[in-house]
Ligand binder design. Structure first.
Ligand SMILES: [Zn+2]
Length: 76
C-alpha cells in the first residue's frame, strides 16, 4: 500500500481535526461534570452574630436562627 503526499496530508489533517474535536468535547464534558450544583437558595449573613445560613430564594429578608435578628440577602 502506497500513499501519495496529498493522501498523507489528508489523513494528517483528518486526524488532527478529530483530535481537536475530541479534546473540545472532553473539556466541555469535564466542565459540565465538575461545575458545582446550582443552588437557588439565598445566602444570609447575620449582622448580629455573623452566622451564615441559607433560606428560600423567594424571601428578601430572613430571620437568623441563632439570635432572631432580621438580615438582608447576602450578595457575593
Ligand atoms: Zn444571628
Amino acid at each position: 500500500m502506497t500513499l501519495t503526499l496529498s493522501e498523507l496530508l489528508f489523513y494528517y489533517v483528518a486526524v488532527m481535526l478529530a483530535g481537536l474535536a475530541f479534546v473540545g468535547l472532553y473539556s466541555e464534558f469535564r466542565r459540565r461534570r465538575f461545575e458545582p450544583p446550582r443552588s437557588d437558595d439565598n445566602v444570609f449573613r447575620c449582622s448580629g452574630c455573623a452566622y451564615v445560613y441559607t433560606d428560600d430564594p423567594n424571601v428578601e429578608r430572613s430571620r437568623c436562627p441563632h439570635c432572631s435578628a432580621m438580615n438582608s440577602k447576602f450578595n457575593f
